[in-house]
Ligand binder design. Sequence first.
Ligand SMILES: NC(=O)c1ccc[n+]([C@@H]2O[C@H](COP(=O)([O-])OP(=O)(O)OC[C@H]3O[C@@H](n4cnc5c(N)ncnc54)[C@H](OP(=O)(O)O)[C@@H]3O)[C@@H](O)[C@H]2O)c1
Length: 240
Amino acid sequence: MDTTIALVTGAAQGIGRETVRRLAELGWTVWLGARDVEAGEKVAAAIAAEITSTDIRVVQLDVTDDDSVAAAVRTVEAAHGRLDALVNNAGIAGGWVSPRDATPADFLAVYGVNVLGPVRTTHAFLPLLDRSGQPRVVMVSSGLGSFGITTDPARFESTLHNITYPSSKSALNMVASQYAKALDGYQVLIVDPGYTSTAFNGYNGTQTVEQGAEAVVQAATSAPDAPTGTYRDAAGPLPW
Ligand SMILES: NC(=O)c1ccc[n+]([C@@H]2O[C@H](COP(=O)([O-])OP(=O)(O)OC[C@H]3O[C@@H](n4cnc5c(N)ncnc54)[C@H](OP(=O)(O)O)[C@@H]3O)[C@@H](O)[C@H]2O)c1
């Protein structure tokens, strides 16, 4: 059987890098998407030194840039003619913006990367995913995008008042849910990595990247009969 072909966006560091390592370890061919291709090459070489069997390839990919995404599609198409698993991992925190202070301009960058980035990338790769026997799209969301979690007084997340990043991930959840309903034969899977120590949060997260990548890898490696449109962390289903 052909190897599984995956692409992970924002994979030069953090949860994306660890996801590339885990999927490559399975013997998959993994495209490491990086804004800075030289940085991506260094990371790919470092991962290759950590594990035995690896087919990691680097592709320049900025999820805010139509030309960059289109070029990445052409590169993957030329190599394999299809894509089996797209992991929309790239994301930014976008700073801390309290609801009282927020103006529309505060939303632009974070929505551009966290919402429009996965839409741009997913839309562009659909023709290649259509040619897969088991097309999977993983959306790396956050528990902060959950209404259930952020309105539960028992949860720490309910005490945080940031209007931009959490709402971007709520929007991503709905975007993903709509894809899941519309894309026949696809698995569109929404995941929360959990609070993970990466540059994203100044390395304050309480989980390791190994723990953070677990939910992402679980989704990317879902069984063919696993349901689409689910929202989960590594421990199980999450409230929307
Ligand atoms: N860490 C957490 O606690 C946590 C919790 C819940 C959800 N998440 C989500 O997990 C995902 C990964 O975050 P992380 O913690 O691993 O953060 P990270 O270490 O900061 O990694 C984020 C990655 O996204 C990339 N990126 C940013 N803007 C991009 C763009 N325009 N195009 C392509 N790539 C871009 C960055 O590229 P460069 O390397 O070039 O900077 C970086 O590789 C994000 O979607 C985040 O929202 C994280």
